[in-house]
Design a protein around this ligand. Sequence first.
Ligand code: HEC
Ligand code: HEC
Ligand code: HEC
Length: 480
Amino acid sequence: MGLLKFPLLALLATALPAFAAEDNAALIEQGAYVARAGDCVACHRTVEHGGPEMAGGYVIDSPMGKIISSNITPSKAYGIGDYTEQQLADALRKGINAKGRHLYPAMPYTSYQGMSDQDIHALYVYLQHGVKPVDQPVPETKLAFPFNIRQLMFGWNLVFLDSQGFVPKPGASEQVNRGQYLVDNLAHCGACHTPRNVLMAEDNSQYLAGAKLGGWVAPNITSDKVSGLGDWSEDDLVDFLKNGHLTDKAQAAGGMAEAVENSFRHLSNSDLHAMAAYLRTVPPIRDPQQTERVVREVKPVDMSTLETGQGDQASLADASGTDGARLYNSACSSCHGRDGQGTSDAFYPSLSLNSALNGNQANNLVMAIIAGIDRKGADAAVSMPALGGDLNDAQIAAIANYSLQTFGNPALSVSPADVASMRRGGDAPLLITAMPYLLWGGGLLVLLLMVVLVVWRRRRAQVQALEAKRIALNRRLHSK
Ligand code: HEC
Ligand code: HEC
Ligand code: HEC
């Protein structure tokens, strides 16, 4: 009633919440973009594809055991509905959750530590107001001793968590700085592309020089001309990040395909260019074993010697042998061509001009055969069938070796045992293989300490006994 007398006030009273809502909507949108760039969904998704976003439960097969991602929807019972913005900041920058527990670095807080206050604020508003709460618990992570002791991460963080925040390179342009922030702190490229030391921390002396990742290899993406991306232009990089495909160079499968689909294809052109511009400034690191990138001349294929199938699942059923040429021609040639050159529009890519065959490791060739490809890019979707279930290890090795000999780097070869190891997710890093010995060694150390303690206490007891005798003697002498 009173307000009606003051039309201006009435107008303000209705307009203010509207302004606030609009403000919030803009923040939510900004936060959603930060979540995309940080690819939170890559891990905070459900086990099955297509479940509710951020509901968690996805199992990360770490070398230490299965680590389960948390529910980060605003559910008050099971998610982060009760988190304050400071608590979210601590989870992202320090790896400590609202209960004060240390998180495992499977949550890439070592990268997110450099996130800006502004981005964390927007992300917080988005996670609290732009995501549907999912009232569903996720199973608890139960690692074996000693990894189940979360307090161990306190020591690890002291050594390996760089908590300086984002530090721009001196003299770098604004674009390169933005690119570095995206590459290092949000998109955490190094989490996959930088190899880890024995204690599972990223080895900064090998920054982006390539790393094993399950059975896959995340290749060297430094600016080196032979081992890395030295001959990729800025536009090449932008195209690849957007679509996961760069004609006559590379295709994204495995974790990279997921990162393209969930994250990179949604980023703005200016951000993608910034990332590419920064990557081109990353110092080159060459694999000492690699002196050139082997690109084969395309050899005409002698058709008369080949029995061919149709490249469909049915013809695979009777491809029971381990003749690489025959298997290739029944399982692969329908798409990649008998000469391995793919289709002229490069929708089915050339296998010669391809980093999976002409680089320094054959993992991605083998893994592409086992796991196939299923990827949405900014412009199109692609798929290649997964043959890991149809073909045994010897057959996969035979196809890989035939392909390497005929189209790729003939210096590379794989054995059925290599294929078996890649299927299992690659060889465990040293820390894990060494753990039984370390524990044993640790046991010995504890034993040694106990012996020292016992000896020390005995000697102390002896000293005390002597001292007591001395005092008693003194007393007797004085009393005389
Ligand atoms: C590479 C996988 C991965 C990515 C990417 C990732 N997380 Fe996590 N996050 C995890 C895992 C795994 C845990 C649980 C770790 C544990 O149990 O120690 C976790 C835990 C958390 C927690 C703590 C939850 C709690 O209360 O215990 C928060 C908050 C969180 N993540 C937020 C985020 C946000 C926001 C993003 C995106 C900016 C993100 N995470 C991206 C893997 C990931
Ligand atoms: C989840 C792990 C993961 C993350 C995160 C990731 N990559 Fe990758 N990346 C891979 C894997 C695995 C491959 C190999 C894919 C293949 O050959 O099928 C790859 C391939 C690439 C290639 C092709 C290189 C070549 O020679 O074939 C480029 C370029 C690349 N990544 C750049 C990036 C950049 C830039 C980022 C961050 C913005 C990034 N990646 C983040 C795992 C990852
Ligand atoms: C139904 C068609 C089809 C068949 C059959 C097929 N591929 Fe592919 N292949 C594709 C597509 C599509 C891509 C990805 C193209 C892209 O990323 O744009 C691809 C990509 C690849 C790559 C690059 C993967 C990477 O990670 O870099 C390799 C290597 C490959 N195929 C090898 C093979 C081999 C070997 C066979 C036989 C066992 C085979 N393909 C069978 C369609 C096929």
